[in-house]
Design a protein around this ligand. Structure first.
Ligand code: BEZ
Length: 180
């Protein structure tokens, strides 16, 4: 994906709407790839599933904690995407008390498939999900790519390291020093 533009898709998000009464004051809001990526430099990280252990214990909370350090390196937003619907992604963000990282629901898997990152996880009863990867995306173009090794269907393990926030931050800092 290095040097390529991220696919243009429409994401079905759920947003809070104070004008809606009752216990579930949310409405649908379509957001496109342009809404998320146009005119910004962002970190995008993608993982196999909301609420899964590595994602909930390390990857999402560590990106959340390191947000200011990413900002200092010129990152405008950090996006967490997963092949999960908006209800699941919002519930996960709430459970994790996420305030800095923005979650993107790719419930249909269209974005992940067009990124070439869709894998079968039927061995876990998950169906089609995302291989774990991270990227620096500048104005919609992938500038740096952090894909875990062993891309495969029904992988027995869950490699995690290359797409960790610590590794991505280190590579961002190194690229800045090299460019200076
Ligand atoms: C994990 O994040 O630990 C995990 C992800 C996918 C499947 C199983 C576990």
């Amino acid at each position: 994906m290095l040097g390529k533009k991220v696919p243009f898709v429409t994401f079905r998000t759920r947003v809070r709407d104070g004008s809606i009464e009752g216990p579930n004051p949310f409405r649908w809001e379509d957001k496109t790839s342009d809404d998320y990526f146009k005119g910004k430099t962002v970190v995008l990280f993608s993982l196999p599933g909301a609420f899964t252990p590595t994602c909930s214990t390390f990857q999402l909370p560590d990106f959340e904690k390191l947000f200011e350090e990413f900002k200092a390196e010129g990152i405008d937003e950090i996006y967490c995407i997963s092949v999960n619907d908006a209800f699941v992604m919002n519930a996960w963000a709430k459970a994790q008390d996420v305030r800095n990282v923005k979650v993107i629901p790719d419930g249909s898997g269209e974005f992940t498939r067009k990124m070439g990152m869709l894998v079968a996880k039927d061995n876990l009863g998950f169906g089609m999900r995302s291989w774990r990867y991270g990227a620096i995306v500048n104005d919609g173009v992938v500038e740096q790519w952090f894909e875990e090794e062993g891309f495969s269907d029904n992988c027995e393990s869950d490699p995690y390291g290359i797409s960790s926030p610590q590794n991505i931050l280190e590579k961002l800092r190194a690229a800045k020093i090299e460019a200076a």
